[in-house]
Design a protein around this ligand. Structure first.
Ligand code: M6R
Length: 610
């Protein structure tokens, strides 16, 4: 987590760095700081809390400074206070850090024994003092960096400036994301390409175990052993405006409304809907040895994990391969039964989630084939995988994932059908029906998104609730859990998602006349069972908020509130349509409660610590 950004060039940099931090604030917003180097002197400002608290202090920085770096923090070690805010300064040396130094305690003890006094409670400060000590010894910053990394265990993206070496800064990468931006007469670094997009679309991706020296007119890269590495810039295809709010009150609302376009764009890249064929190069399956696959393991976190659960249903139905879905943070550490016959599918919007990345690396070591479904091009997870399906949903800035979820589900749909077609496990009639459903999907998603008015009214009735349950069966079960996650993470209302049939095994004890139960019952093969589960809740006076077919009067009649949802006649794709009302419900409830919808407390968009 944490966002880092740096600039070296000829422009006044304090505001430029601050604006870059704003684009990275979704990564963490506990505290922030900026350091600039001007006339051989480092000047520093820091503030607790969000960037708005740092902004008034920008004028304390010299306007003429043309190199500097900034940090927005998601606290891991040390409270979210100004004292623990980055950058950290010691003498002429200043650093920023994203990641965790796992052996910081032992390093701290050693450094303290040698007389170092610490000014913060962070793990980062040990890097600063270790580097300072190595610099005293080697008198050369590049050599000191190479010595310092030998002592560090954990993950880090570091930005380093040294007042005695003006005009240049170092960037070090091990396990945490960082991208270099190549400009004309100016160069940048940032935690992700979004922060750099207003200035350049040419990005240089460092690998783990590499570091770079940035000057205004050059970027040099070495590995940790000091061997020079050649890295040509890649051209990014996102525009800076795609990361703006474009008139919406929040990024989340904008991203919900982008879903029809995202569905169209995914389909136009992955599928030829005129010929009813798949584009193997884009689905990534041309990079797989399909004949080798005997089982599938899907790994992901949070929303991506719920998308993976729907993905599992599709993989099993269309490919007849046994599939498991697992939380990445659990999978990696339990000696899973995977081998060369396993296809591991890692799902991640950011492509940087540390737990998911660890699974990918582990699976590669175990000889599995690894495919990733990701949004951010060139991010760490796709780079570590054998095959990639890029969703290309555009930047998702709101911490609550919306368009990435539906993009993941659609990607799974296409991927599992494409594999099924190759393995001949999906009938021609089913394939034909699926192509037909895909043709209708974007228009139906558009209709679902445009039901926002009804949902806003219902949100008015619910926003003071203290608890909420979400229930569904089949693919609507992961939809229910995703709906509950959306609500809790942005509105702070306690919410849980359950399989409809599971309620009576315990959670139904929570139901009384105060409990809203959002019940998802599309017209699928579990409809009748689901209606029975809803009746069970109603019999205990639960408040039913139904999500179902526009014309389903029977369901509507048993609900306190009813959200009509377009039906597509395909159980898997229906989950894309059913989740949209839940995204909107969470959004309006949170907005009415006055929470910070795009940057909910304690969270960060990109979770780069395990
Ligand atoms: O970038 P990823 O898709 O790997 O992120 C995984 C989760 O951290 C993410 O989905 C998280 O749960 C979201 N805040 C949910 O809205």
């Amino acid at each position: 987590m944490c966002g880092v950004i740096g600039y070296v060039g000829s422009k006044s940099c304090a505001r430029l760095i601050f604006d870059g931090l704003k684009r990275l604030e979704y990564r963490g917003y506990d505290s922030a700081g900026i350091a600039v180097l001007d006339h051989g002197k480092i000047e520093l400002v820091k503030a607790e809390g969000k960037l708005v608290h740092l902004e008034p202090r920008l004028e304390e920085l010299p306007l003429k400074a043309t190199m500097g770096m900034g940090h927005t923090r998601w606290a891991t070690h040390g409270a979210p206070t100004a004292r623990n805010a980055h950058p950290h300064l010691h003498g002429d040396l200043v650093i920023i850090h994203n990641g965790i130094i796992e052996n910081y305690r032992e390093l701290k003890e050693q450094l303290m024994k040698s007389g170092v006094e610490f000014k913060s409670d962070t793990d980062t400060e040990v890097v600063l003092h270790q580097l300072h000590a190595e610099l005293e010894r080697t008198k050369d910053l590049k050599a000191a960096i190479m010595e310092t990394v030998k002592h560090l265990r954990g993950a880090y993206a570091l930005g380093i400036m040294y007042a005695r070496e003006p005009g240049q800064m170092y960037v070090v990468k091990q396990g945490s994301p960082v991208v270099l931006g190549a400009g004309d007469g100016e160069n940048f670094f940032g935690s992700d390409a979004l922060a750099l997009l207003p200035h350049t679309n040419r990005a240089v991706f460092l690998m783990d175990g590499e570091f770079a020296r940035l000057k205004a007119d050059s970027i040099e890269v070495w590995d940790f052993a000091g061997k020079s590495v050649r890295r040509d810039p890649a051209v990014l295809n996102w525009s800076a405006s795609s990361a703006d709010k474009q008139g919406y009150k929040h990024y989340m609302l904008k991203e919900i409304h982008e879903q029809p376009a995202v569905m169209s764009s995914i389909l136009s890249r992955l599928v030829d809907l005129k010929e009813n064929t798949f584009v193997d190069k884009e689905t990534g399956i041309d990079a797989l040895d399909l004949g080798r696959i005997k089982n599938v393991a899907i790994v992901a976190c949070g929303t991506a994990h719920y998308a993976g659960q729907i993905g599992r249903y599709m993989i099993e139905e269309f490919t007849r391969l046994p599939a498991n879905v697992e939380l990445a943070s659990e999978f990696r550490y339990r000696n899973p039964c995977i081998d060369a016959s396993t296809l591991v599918i890692a799902v991640s919007q950011s492509g940087e989630t540390a737990d998911t990345l660890a699974c990918v690396k582990h699976a590669v070591e175990r000889g599995c084939q690894v495919m990733s479904i990701c949004n951010v091009r060139f991010s760490s997870i796709p780079r570590a995988s054998h095959a990639v399906l890029y969703m290309e949903a555009g930047p998702e800035v709101g911490v609550a994932s919306t368009k990435a979820f539906t993009a993941m589900v659609l990607s799974f749909y296409v991927l599992s059908l494409a594999i099924g077609e190759k393995l001949k496990t999906v009938a021609a009639r089913r394939l034909e029906k699926s192509f037909d459903s895909m043709r209708h999907l974007p228009a139906l998603v558009d209709r679902a998104v445009n039901a926002a008015g009804v949902i806003e009214e219902i949100a008015h009735k619910l926003y003071e609730a203290q608890n909420m349950l979400f229930i569904g069966r089949g693919p609507s079960f992961p939809v229910a859990t995703e709906g509950a996650l959306k609500l809790k993470e942005i509105s702070y209302i306690h919410a849980e998602g359950y399989a409809g049939g599971e309620l009576k095994h315990g959670p139904i004890a929570l139901v009384d006349r105060h409990m809203p139960v959002v019940s998802i019952a599309p017209r699928d093969n579990q409809y009748e069972k689901m209606i029975s589960n809803i009746e069970e809740v109603r019999a205990r006076q639960g408040r039913i908020i139904g999500v179902g077919d526009i014309e389903d009067e029977r369901f509507r009649s048993i609900c306190e509130h009813y959200i009509p949802c377009p039906q597509i006649g395909d159980d898997h794709l229906q989950s894309i349509l059913s989740v949209i009302p839940l995204q909107l419900l969470a959004y309006y409830v949170a907005d009415m409660r006055g929470t910070d919808v795009d940057q909910p407390r304690n969270l960060a968009k990109s979770v780069t610590v395990e």
